[in-house]
Ligand binder design. Sequence first.
Ligand code: AMP
Length: 482
Amino acid sequence: MSELSELFADFSDPLRLGIADLGWSEPTPVQERVIPRMREGTDLIVQAQTGSGKTGAFGLPIILNFDPEIAACQSLIMTPTRELANQVAGEIAALSKHTGLRCLAVYGGVGYQHQIDGIEAGAHVIVGTPGRMLDHLGAGRLKVDSLRTLILDEADELLSLGFWPDMREISKYLPKQRQSCLFSATMPERVQSLARVFLSDPSFVSLSEDQLAPQEIQHFFVVTTAQEKEANLARILEYEEPESAIIFCNTKDDVRFVTSYLQRRGFDADQISGDLSQAAREQAMGRIKAGQLRFLVATDVAARGIDISDLTHVIGYSAPQSPEVYVHRTGRTGRAGKAGVAISLVSGLDIGNFRQLQQVNKIEITEREVPSEEVIIERLQDQLSVKVEQEIREIPQRERAWKIDRFLPIVDSLANNDEGRKQLAAICASFLKEHRPDTRVDSVEAAPKDRPDERAPSRSGSKRRNDRTNRGGGGRRRRRPR
Ligand code: AMP
């Protein structure tokens, strides 16, 4: 075995063998910080990117803590996609190869039998997407009485894909006595709400030494050409799924242009500019506050003096004309101790000024890529499957043949030719438009005492949708962009 770092050297022989098999000799910085804390048993919120070695950071303590004598699930790891589930399960299986730990990946879109066999064989660690986990829990196949550790991996993505209703249901099955750790690349307010639901008295771990709590506002910028600016804005909104945002432009012409561009693409957007009377501006504000409007496009002047707080996002479509303007703009989010996200679109010409603005304001603004069309399509597909699986789960098993399977010949015939495929595409588009992912996190009621073996289909998902529609008295109806 090669020379191992102090942290790894303290592990059992079989685990050190697994680490050596993977060729790891030093822990990554996130492992260095997380592993000792997890071993102490503390609940943790960890801000870490993919590629930082976060799987090892939670995987190694899980392996150290598992009891081979208990042939039941001791750790649940929720991941947003099947790819990530496989990747995480693969890494944990490789690390624990010599320890006797059994690790299983469970996710939707594939048959049940292999997963049932794995659960029945006494998998110690189950990694998977929340939807399928809930299926197994609901059917009484998966028991979590022996659960020691819960991991929410890529928590921001779990929420963006619409897994909250499933996670909320899962939380009702979990034993209170457990360690819970949440990993996320970004810490928007909804992720922090998720932490409040699942974690108890958590510590925050980030890679920068001096960061002791999630930042109130996370600042990002994307570099874009002037020609692609509006298309890139639409991509960012589509990918980012803000609950509510103000989009700042420097001129009234831009406000009009951006508003009509977004509206044509099906975004729920409206504008305020200095042309409007104070009453009309207040009215637009009232709508965004009541949750009846998602996107407000405005000039800095038009937004001045009007109180809009509680926005989840501030987007800079045009570069701010001074460092002070940037501070004013971004101060519209991250209010009252809640977290917000500020994203600025910066074209080549503006980059110099933008960097200067960072220095003057002494804020760290991280560069991000504009999500590509492929990435967005992948995201839409994931959101579609999450929602469809949620809808299927609501239909009792005995009714599924009648309500779903009889449409299979129709799907086969449509999938057979181009015109039919377009019809299927239209069905997907319209379904997603009607069912925007539930990304907000609300509270969870106490766990019901009795759990039937074959769980009756729960209507909680649709009930909650209605509850939310009524929230704030505004009847928010959120639409997906077309
Ligand atoms: P993750 O952020 O967990 O997706 O990990 C990113 C990559 O880093 C994976 O390929 C890991 O196998 C690898 N990795 C994780 N920890 C270490 C380590 N301590 N030394 C070398 N490679 C590592």
